[in-house]
Design a protein around this ligand. Structure first.
Ligand SMILES: Cc1cc2nc3c(=O)[nH]c(=O)nc-3n(C[C@H](O)[C@H](O)[C@H](O)COP(=O)(O)OP(=O)(O)OC[C@H]3O[C@@H](n4cnc5c(N)ncnc54)[C@H](O)[C@@H]3O)c2cc1C
Length: 249
């Protein structure tokens, strides 16, 4: 049974019609960067709960979540309509294995994300552990339009703290012809070699770990390709591998 804490909405950022962030203040237990918690509201007499990944680092008690407003979704449209100081249920304990403790140190850490799937990486990157464990970190963020790159300022400030260790690459799936971006879907850009060419680093199981977060199709297709063609394997509880993933649905 989930043990709930009652939190308060401290801030809401409306980025676009479909994307928003909420910041919650609440008394909850510690979490690890990369984990998720459950948020819930009482809607028509029923408690509706869903999982959301933290954006903030574990030492910041402004609990921030980056959320897609899903049309006809059972919870997200209600989260979108919350106001400052509204009450919200947040699970006291966090969950999830999408954390660096479960990943062995290696040369290159690839963080591949679609949409709001960038969330756990922002939390991980703001945590100092990441800096020491890998020589290069490559953050890939696939979004529909350039207007959807909502955490640009945070990413820029993180980049400064990582000096040349962090490479950030945006991939646009709907816009075309904007300089310095890649266009298309992550699995296709790996298959056709465009992603590696742009970054200038080969995706090899000898020196890389791949993290995948967000859209289940991106995760499935990327994982299938890397397993079949590049010799990658899933990182399991009892068997170290080099692909760690978090599906959002
Ligand atoms: C471990 C974990 C962490 C998650 N973290 C986040 C997060 O940080 N931010 C976030 O927005 N969502 C996150 N999700 C998804 C979230 O839990 C909900 O599924 C989502 O908010 C939709 O809930 P809903 O009740 O509005 O829609 P529902 O009525 O439950 O409809 C679900 C449908 O919405 C679509 N969907 C679900 N999530 C997304 C999404 N993120 N983008 C586009 N389409 C989606 C899918 O088609 C899915 O079948 C996470 C899920 C998991 C399992």
């Amino acid at each position: 049974m989930t043990e709930w804490s009652i939190g308060k909405i401290k801030k809401i950022k409306y980025w676009t019609e479909n994307l928003f962030s909420i910041i919650i203040n609440a008394k909850i237990n510690n979490f690890s960067a990369g984990q998720f918690t459950k948020l819930a509201l009482d809607i028509n007499g029923k408690k509706i709960q869903r999982a959301y990944s933290y954006i903030n680092s574990p030492n910041n008690q402004n609990y921030e979540f980056y959320i897609s407003n899903i049309k006809k979704g059972k919870l997200s449209p209600y989260l979108y309509n919350l106001k400052i100081n509204d009450k919200i249920f947040i699970s006291k304990n966090s969950s999830g294995t999408f954390i660096l403790n479960n990943i062995q140190s290696c040369k290159n850490l690839w963080m591949l994300s679609t949409g709001t799937g960038i969330g756990p990486y922002l939390s991980i990157l703001q945590d100092k552990v990441c800096f020491k464990k890998f020589a290069k970190i490559i953050l890939i963020h696939s979004i529909r339009y350039i207007e959807d790159f909502n955490y640009l300022n945070l990413v820029k400030s993180i980049e400064k703290n990582y000096y040349n260790k962090l490479i950030v690459q945006i991939i646009l799936t709907r816009n075309t012809n904007i300089n310095n971006f890649l266009y298309g879907y992550i699995p296709n850009l790996i298959k056709n070699g465009q992603l590696e060419k742009k970054i200038g680093i080969k995706i090899s199981p000898r020196n890389s770990h791949i993290m995948l977060c967000g859209h289940p199709e991106m995760i499935q297709q990327t994982q299938n390709f890397l397993e079949k063609n590049r010799g990658f394997s899933k990182n399991l509880k009892n068997q170290n591998g080099n692909i760690t993933s978090e599906r959002y649905w």
